[in-house]
Design a protein around this ligand. Structure first.
Ligand code: ADP
Ligand code: MG
Length: 727
């Protein structure tokens, strides 16, 4: 029988990746051309409709039906001029990918003709038959209706001849069934709380919005090799595979010259991204072979989240055109660096300020400190909420694996800021204090200018301050950024609200505003101290230290998810009007179910491959060895035979042992699966984690040993060196 691995390898030898050529046009000429951006709006909308739409985008005003009709007509003409034939409401269901159901513009009219039609109500609201999207029990089938509603703040765009309208997705009873709904609510809540705090410093600030710049890591693998690995195709990761003799130990891939075939892929990806208005700016090799990263210029969070979802979709589509498959899984290969998605987050104002950027005057530094300290306090009080929002079966492999931050959430702020915060904390009475030769006035230390040079980096921290933003590095590469960003916005919004209450209370007691703010900041610095860690997060000492500090170290997803439904979380999310208990409970169930299914699939794939692929090959090879030994026995005298067959006999024995162990362990794993499947959701997920998952490692060890023993020509699945190095 043909060996699929060799068929795949042969395909890679004669590969022509693609003949993509960048167009002659400048990027600025085609940037955003496939989006209904302001330029397109101006061209295709009446003055009135344009102004109304801008007011909606900027001030959240509602759009009347009549205007909606005008806007729909404008969008339709624009879309048709760009070759669109269909339209769809594009949304982020809780499955993690994005969803679309395409409808044609065309409707039949009298006389056997048809016209392109698109009405205001089709723009604003749709009822997709969405009963098979996960709802965590919110939507019983009898009330299967859910509807999507237009999010005018994110530009409509055209992809694959389809006009895509960004929407939220809610149940008939109004509960969120997607990622975008609570994200938008958290942005509004943060705006309100942060603007109120800004008013202490500057009355002109009347809007604050979170900004996000993600860095997306990914692997490329030849598509034929990918198809020859059922585990990759079904689970996104390899469930076995012996380490390649060379992988990343020479660190020769990181920031190295990008190989031509990967570069071509990136160029096309960037081209398509730019046409869709995604401001991709950087690209480089990552640590592992065939691992890469790209990042855009940061944007308002809602837009940036949409752009990341879109980018992941584009990556998969364009990779296929280049005979590559993109791997977005957090840990496709064992013992090789995994992939993350660093979420750079900050707060911007309508006046053009970055609230997490230290300024030149003492007032602006004071304002900066207020926001910095409130973020730290929010984190310190609610780290388990953030942890829950980065939890996934894939990310469990990455967090704490000495390549990514541990599951312990802590923040890094750098030496300079640490000194500043320590000084404030120690300051006992009013008056001037001297720090590092910098004068402090109004009791507020000046932040030394050097801070702006953000070279003080700690690459091991899950939540690092990098000069003018926080970088949340523990997010998984395949995640929808909306989850963790929504959680971060919410805990910070809540914290800023509490901050304002604390300051106002003091002011009511006639404490001067500046003093009141200063006192509360000082108190918060003390109270949030435990969350700050400047050392090596990968080291074992940190585990001990974190435990001493009482910081949670939740290593697995089922455990981490519990924070979604604690009374504390529910209270916080309900008070900020982001999610209700019912919605949180639904999310909890969906995530648990998702986790269970993923481990179940991995376990089944491993079991099947072990029994149907690996064991038969091992036995076949063993038989050739047995034949050979028998032959030797015939031609050699018995003394020489014993001497010369020792190693082969040993190999025959070892193969038998591994085969036997694999069979036994696969059966035991199956038993554990059966037990777990009989349990309720919560217990079952935990059982999958505690009782099924460990078998994956045990079985893999035997298979990986066999891989080294068996004739390469027989081995049926692409090996790590092929997956990682073929370009
Ligand atoms: P690095 O972290 O590699 O030094 P940069 O500082 O240039 O790189 O930024 C990394 C990411 O952070 C980019 O995606 C960038 O857009 C984003 N970023 C920069 N400033 C902000 C900000 N104020 N808010 C959100 N993201 C930001
Ligand atoms: Mg970074």
């Amino acid at each position: 029988m043909a060996n699929i691995r060799f068929i795949a390898l042969e395909a890679t030898l004669t590969r022509k990746r693609s003949d993509f050529k960048l167009p002659d046009r400048k990027v600025s000429e085609y940037f955003g051309e496939m989006t209904f951006n302001r330029e397109a709006m101006q061209e295709y909308l009446t003055r009135e409709a344009y102004q109304k739409l801008i007011n909606t985008i900027e001030k959240g005003e509602t759009i009347e039906r009549k205007i909606a009709g005008q806007i729909a007509a404008g969008i339709k003409s624009w879309a048709i001029s760009k070759g669109a034939t269909h339209y769809t409401h594009w949304f982020h269901p809780l499955t993690g990918s994005s969803a679309e159901k395409h409808d044609a513009f065309i409707i039949p009219v009298e006389g056997g003709k048809a016209i392109e039609n698109f009405q205001g109500n089709e723009l604003i609201q749709q009822e997709p038959d969405a009963s098979s999207f996960p709802s965590g029990g919110i939507r019983n089938t009898f009330e299967a209706r859910g509807y999507t509603a237009w999010d005018p703040t994110s530009y409509a765009f055209i992809m694959e001849n389809t006009l895509c309208i960004p929407t939220i997705f809610v149940s008939y009873t109004g509960e969120a069934l997607d990622y975008k709904t609570p994200l938008l609510k958290s942005i509004a809540s943060l705006d309100k709380a942060a603007t109120a705090v800004c008013k202490y410093f500057d009355k002109n600030i009347n809007k604050v919005y979170p900004t996000l710049g993600w860095e997306q890591e990914y692997f490329l693998v030849d598509s034929a090799l990918y198809k020859a690995r059922p585990d990759l195709a079904l689970t996104g990761r390899t469930v076995f595979g012996h380490a390649s003799a060379k992988d990343q130990q020479l660190s020769d891939h990181y920031f190295g010259t990008i190989h031509e075939s990967a570069l071509l892929f990136m160029q096309e990806l960037e081209y398509e991204s730019h046409r869709l208005g995604i401001p991709i700016k950087t690209r480089h090799n990552e640590v592992a072979p065939n691992q890469f990263e790209c990042a855009p210029v940061f944007e308002e969070t809602n837009i940036s989240v949409d752009h990341n979802q879109l980018l992941m979709h584009l990556m998969e589509k364009i990779a296929r055109k280049h005979n590559f498959q993109v791997l977005l899984h957090e840990k496709p290969y064992k013992d090789v660096n995994g992939s993350g998605k660093h979420n750079n987050w900050s707060l911007a104002t309508n006046t053009g300020l970055n609230l997490l950027s230290p300024g030149k005057t003492s007032t602006s530094n004071f304002r900066f400190l207020v926001f910095l300290v409130n973020v730290l306090k929010a984190l310190s009080e609610n780290s388990e909420i953030l942890r829950a929002h980065i939890a996934s079966a894939g990310n469990d492999h990455r967090l704490g694996a000495h390549e990514a931050p541990p599951a312990i959430i802590s923040a890094f702020i750098g030496t300079q800021l640490t000194e500043t915060l320590n000084l404030i904390e120690k300051q006992t009475k009013k008056g001037k204090v001297n720090t590092n030769g910098f004068n402090l006035n109004i009791n507020i230390p000046k932040i030394p200018e050097i801070l702006l040079d953000n070279t003080d980096r700690n690459r091991t921290s899950p939540f690092a301050f990098t000069g003018n933003k926080f970088e949340f590095r523990a997010v998984g590469s395949s995640a929808n950024c909306a989850g963790p960003m929504m959680a971060l916005n919410t805990i910070v919004a809540n914290q800023l609200k509490l901050f304002k209450e604390d300051v106002d209370k003091l002011m009511q007691k006639n404490v001067r505003k500046d003093d009141a703010i200063f006192q509360v900041v000082k108190k918060y610095i003390k109270e949030s101290k435990k969350i700050r860690f400047e050392g090596n997060n990968y080291g074992d000492e940190w585990l001990t230290e974190a435990e001493k500090r009482g910081l949670p170290n939740v290593k697995n997803t089922p455990e981490a998810l519990k924070a979604l439904i604690s009374n504390k979380t529910v209270k916080l999310f309900e008070e900020c009007k982001i999610l209700t208990r019912r919605e949180l409970d639904a999310r909890y169930k969906i995530q648990l179910e998702n986790y269970t299914k993923k481990i179940q699939i991995e376990s089944r794939v491993l079991g099947d491959l072990a029994k149907n692929h690996i064991i038969p090959i091992a036995i076949r090879y063993q038989n050739t060895l047995i034949e050979n030994v028998k032959g030797l026995k015939d031609v050699l005298d018995s003394k020489t035979f014993v001497k010369l067959s020792r190693n082969q006999m040993q190999t025959i024995k070892e193969i038998s042992e591994h085969v036997e162990e694999i069979k036994t362990q696969v059966s035991l794993m199956l038993e554990e699966r059966k037990k777990a499947n009989r349990m309720d959701l919560e217990e079952g997920a935990m059982a999958y984690n505690k009782n099924v998952l460990p078998y994956l490692d045990i079985i893999r060890k035997h298979i990986d040993k066999l891989e080294l023993m068996i004739d390469d020509e027989l081995w049926p699945l692409p090996k790590y060196r092929e997956l990682l190095f073929i370009k």
